[in-house]
Design a protein around this ligand. Structure first.
Ligand code: G16
Ligand code: MG
Length: 211
């Protein structure tokens, strides 16, 4: 019944959340801000500057826009060093099988990640050619939960939003899919992803015919 499937990257296809965690933790602690896994959960799907603002909100001092840019750049440099070691071994279980099942079913495949490093990560994973269209995060004005990135993917794929299945692991991402008017498949826990139409634990359970 769907004509396209639009995937999120981080937390769905690969676990870059861990690398974001390491890079943000070092940055936060350099500013005297406590950072743990629970806080990292809030940053999933949130763009770089939005994430930095959430972290610096706990700092005792204030920052100029220039200081914020420098901190965001430092975090990104560290993150890029971490992802440089990625390879196909970093694909989450079931990810390639899910992409290939969608392809066999004759549907279009898109990627909607707000990460400006998404192209690099796809290359490292060796799956760039599995996508018909990858949104360039640099062209997106409003991050998730705004539907902009999912709507852009649908438009570029030539498919109406109502004919799209969106796949997300983050609360903000599921919210973006729902406000785009798409069917939302959540990857994670139903108590967390309450807005999703269906929630599965990982792409290992992906079954296109069931949604
Ligand atoms: C991802 C991550 C976020 C990260 C964002 C921006 O979003 O989940 O934690 O802050 O990308 O990444 P970058 O700093 O590389 O531009 P998504 O949409 O892929 O889940
Ligand atoms: Mg994600």
């Amino acid at each position: 019944r769907f004509k396209a499937v639009i995937f999120d990257l981080d937390g769905v296809i690969t676990d870059t959340a861990h690398y974001h965690y390491l890079a943000w933790k070092q940055l936060a602690e350099s500013q005297g801000v406590h950072f743990d896994h629970a806080f990292n959960e809030n940053l999933k799907g949130i763009d770089r500057m939005g994430s930095l603002d959430l972290i610096l909100a706990s700092s005792s001092r204030s920052y100029t826009p220039e200081e914020k840019l420098a901190l965001a750049d430092a975090k990104n440099l560290h993150y890029q060093q971490l992802i440089a070691t990625m390879s196909s071994k970093d694909l989450l279980p079931g990810a390639v099988e899910a992409l290939d099942a969608v392809r066999r079913a004759g549907l279009r495949i898109g990627l909607a990640s707000v990460s400006k490093n998404a192209f690099t990560v796809l290359e490292r994973l060796g799956i760039t050619d599995k996508f018909d269209y990858v949104v360039d995060a640099a062209t997106i004005a409003r991050g998730k939960p705004d539907p902009e990135i999912f709507l852009k993917a649908a438009r570029e794929l030539g498919v109406a939003p109502a004919d799209c299945l969106g796949v997300e692991d983050a609360v903000a991402g599921v919210a973006a899919i729902k406000s785009a008017g798409m069917f939302a498949l959540g990857i994670g826990h139903p108590f967390v992803l309450t807005e999703a139409d269906v929630v599965i634990t990982s792409l290992k359970e992906f079954n296109l015919a069931a949604y």
